[in-house]
Design a protein around this ligand. Sequence first.
Ligand code: AMP
Ligand code: ZN
Length: 672
Amino acid sequence: MDLFQQRIEELRRIINEHNHAYYVLNQPTISDAEFDALLRELEQLERDYPQWDDPLSPTKRVGSDLSQGFVHVSHTRPMLSLSNSYNIGEVTDFLRRAQDGLGGAQVEIVGEMKYDGTSISLIYRNGRLERAVTRGDGTQGDDVTANVITIRSIPLQLPDDPLRPEEIEVRGEIMLPWEQFERLNKERAFNEEPLFANPRNAAAGTLKLQNSAEVARRGLDGYFYFLLADNLPFQTHTESLDALSRWGFKTGQHTTLKSIDEVADFIAHWDTARRNLPVATDGLVFKLNNLLQQRNLGATAKSPRWAIAYKFAPEREATRLLSVSFEVGRSGVITPVANLEPVLLSGTTVRRASLHNEDVIRALDIHDHDMVYVEKGGEIIPKIVGVDIKRRAADARPLEFVKTCPVCGSELQRIEGEAAWVCPNKWGCEPQITGRIEHFVGRHAMDIDGIGEEVAIALHRAALVNDVADLYRITYDQLLALDRFQDRSARRILAGIEASKSVPFARVIFALSIPFVGETTAKNLARAVGNIDTLMAMPADQLAAIDDVGPKIAASIVDFFAVDRNRDIVERLRAAGVQMSLSDNEIANRSDRLAGLKIVISGTFAHHSREEYKAMIEDNGGKNVSSISKATTHVLAGENMGPAKLQKAQSLGIPIIDEDTFLAMLGQDKPE
Ligand code: AMP
Ligand code: ZN
């Protein structure tokens, strides 16, 4: 064997061992720096000797930003669900049924965690990961191999073992650990992106991303609990789990249990002990240990007869309601928030819970200072689910929703057909004014650095900024006169304001705080109307016909521009030099040449990035779609188009075009 090939293989083996020690055993054996040095050496060798490339090399764990699309594949064995139980009696019934089904035989049980992630099936052939597929509908799932390869605790290449059949299927749960989940949501909050409600949604969403480099960054983990193969040389489920763990998989907690009393103890222990696990669990799973017994019992159409899930009751605690604050949002909507005596729930201290709106308060019949039950069912925001009426003071009075704005005192209005109360004082109520300023300067809007909540309030209280157009009038001297600003911070804000004048029209629309107009809608509006005057004059029925708009948003846009002050703000922004139409460049690059076409992008390109191609498709009236179906009209293919995609496109007879052909369709030459 070639010396370099030998070293490459040796490095791959060593790095895999270190990955296992770090990500599965939690016992790193070398420093991060030493690990990086090994990885860099391997990367260099792989660059120099591409003939020994291996898609399962540990260097591939970082993923790439090529979108693969997901191909549907059939499961060799259906992925069933589990029947549920909620108390020890139901588990006892399950055991009795199983024993009856086995003619009264003794049974041994294995108790495991029910990991609350998204299930995955991994196929290994000759010890190499061949395919990773989501559960999908149980018979067919999505091939997410490229994303799974980035999960460092999942072995790509198994050690030799004569006991292992040539093809095995390993099933388990892909998880986003609490720590990563919280980090991700913090980032999303900062970027004004919607938060994930719980780690399960986050794991499922992450596994289906079109960008495996982003998947790699998010820090998924995998826990495995089934080994399936023809001719498995094991008699029990625990032997299977032990084999999985020898081969490098994380198998999680499991214990063999011999009696219903041991089952009860196991439940009692884990009901609280699970709170210290690094990942979310929503229950336990009990399985018969004997594989022959499993086979004899078989499965119903929905679930195996030899296993049952035990669901934990969502964590609930009683605590005292101290007071209710009524908070005013940027749109004037009043949100009641309960302030609670601090209580520990799922490992975090809860002090506040949203009460949503007046209807929710009525339905719960909350009185002042009630003892309330707080629940956290995998959701981030805890909710109040009930009241302990027995512990209510005799003279307690029903909680009153405010009639006037807690900030400006205006009489609240209730919008027809909606549960929300709104403060109508749009131009005089501070949180509404400062909320709109904060939104206007946000990263996805005008991207003006240095203006957070406190600065917005300071600018407003100094009467410098009453609406977003006033931002363009503030001067250096005015800022310095506020004691919170120094030379540098003042210059930074002014530079940001100046730079915002070239922010594209679509983001200006988004920045205006038109109710219900989000980023995507703003983009579609900009593309459809071209300039602000057309937008301001457009009747509701025409607006509603624009992609992603619809009657509710259309009405909101019409209402917004019916307000003189909003039109005035637009005029002052225009006078300040803010973009009120698509730029010449944006217009020059637009056409209807691709109208009606649905184009999938696949592979890597030489002339433009994938993002640029996507924008070109949309700017020319086409639609960029992510996966190939009968409705797809073209596949724009670069280098390294995925073989499965290629096959699918060919079998559906969809034309595959390269980038030169695509650019020619737009009447453009390829750039030199
Ligand atoms: P459900 O989706 O509520 O019907 O629960 C069944 C799912 O629980 C399975 O499809 C698995 O994805 C998941 N699960 C989590 N932990 C385990 C485990 N230890 N054994 C079997 N299934 C599990
Ligand atoms: Zn108000």
